[in-house]
Design a protein around this ligand. Structure first.
Ligand SMILES: *Cc1c(COP(=O)(O)O)cnc(C)c1O
Length: 353
């Protein structure tokens, strides 16, 4: 606390990201992709004329938005880009969720949502997950006030994904407020709701280059939705920072989008390794929640989450442990390479022996 902090800043509860260690560890804690970005990314960087850095980037990121629009079969006026999808989410909270009425959100979901809600003084109405650890769509749809709805699909940190039919059923009921679906992990086996944006003007879908495109260090995220929603985001952006996406990020992002072959191959690897890891964890006695993401949430009947976390850390393996009553006993394990998962399983065999 400092006397110079404003009352609003005193009351913030900032998000705490997963550790980025400086030593060499098997790093399975922040859902990064274990494979490198598309080869075209390196090429784009090598051929990037550094003279461009002298100039401000295109404030509208037209080229990148066009590339995304082509990828999603929408128009570029239905695409917004930002400095990581976290920033896009922050803009969306400000643009659509700052109402008197509360924002409907699952009780367990991406832990940045409550942080933004606190920053913007938005009240949350939290809905417990179902007995199967699924987002309770029925509960999210039940209210009629003007607030909004947000959740991640697949959800974090459970990995559960609802089908497109379920998402559409929600949208048929909720027409008077924005429904934001955070698809950070959609490429690892779930169905994207982007195909619904032309029918539901209140649907905003966000995504990121950080996970399935192996570009977490670049900071590039996007939103796809009706023109009126995208205009709302632009208004916030241009009242905050006209250039959230730098010219280098734009060039790299386009190169990554072009390489569908590399993209498909990497996500297939991750999905295959995920299913193998799941079987091996189950063989060790773990309960593993079914996941459509690049991580699994798992718990062991005889060992506490914190104990397993510490044992793995001692052996040079970093996973994520959430110190909340509901998730205390779980580990969230990012899917790495097969070698990395071998190390994880070996270490767990020793710890659980
Ligand atoms: C990782 C993650 C993000 C943030 O992605 P960035 O684009 O790297 O900011 C957003 N939502 C969820 C659910 C995530 O897990």
């Amino acid at each position: 606390m400092s006397q110079y902090w404003s009352p609003a800043v005193r009351e913030l509860t900032p998000y705490v990201p997963g550790e980025q260690p400086r030593e060499q560890l098997v790093k399975l804690n922040t859902n990064e992709n274990p494979y490198p970005p598309a080869p075209g990314v390196g090429e784009a960087l090598r051929h990037y004329a550094t003279d461009h850095l002298r100039l401000y980037p295109d404030p509208t990121s037209a080229d990148l938005r066009e590339a995304l629009a082509e990828n999603f079969q929408v128009t570029s006026s239905q695409v917004f880009v930002g400095n990581g999808s976290d920033e896009v989410l922050a803009f969306a909270f400000q643009a659509f969720f700052c109402h008197q009425a509360p924002l409907d959100v699952p009780a367990i979901t991406y832990s940045f949502y409550p942080v933004y809600a606190n920053l913007y003084r938005i009240e949350l109405r939290k809905h417990p997950l179902t007995a199967n650890w699924e987002v309770d769509i029925e509960a999210l749809a039940a209210n009629t006030e003007r607030g909004g709805v947000i959740f991640a699909n697949p959800n974090a940190p459970t990995g559960h994904a609802h089908s497109l039919e379920t998402i559409e059923a929600l949208l048929k009921r909720v027409t008077d407020r924005v429904v934001l679906i955070d698809e950070a992990y959609v490429d690892f086996g779930a169905e994207s709701a982007v195909t619904l944006i032309n029918r539901y003007p209140n649907l905003l879908v966000t995504g990121t280059f950080s996970k399935s495109r192996s570009l977490a260090g670049l900071r590039l995220g996007y939103a796809v939705g009706s023109e009126e929603l995208i205009d709302g985001l632009e208004r916030v952006k241009d009242s905050f920072n006209s250039f959230p996406v730098d010219s280098l990020a734009s060039v790299v992002g386009i190169a990554a989008l072009k390489d569908t072959e590399h993209f498909e191959a990497c996500r297939e690897y991750v999905i295959t390794t995920r299913e193998r890891t799941r079987q091996r964890l189950e063989a060790l006695g773990f309960e593993v929640l079914p996941s459509k993401a690049n991580f699994v949430l798992a718990q062991h009947p005889s060992f506490a989450g914190a104990q397993l976390y510490a044992g793995l850390r001692e052996r040079g393996i970093l996973v994520r442990h959430f110190n909340t009553p509901e998730l205390n006993n779980f580990l969230r394990i990012t899917i790495g390479t097969d070698d990395e998962m071998d190390s994880l399983i070996e270490a767990l065999q020793t710890i659980c022996a």
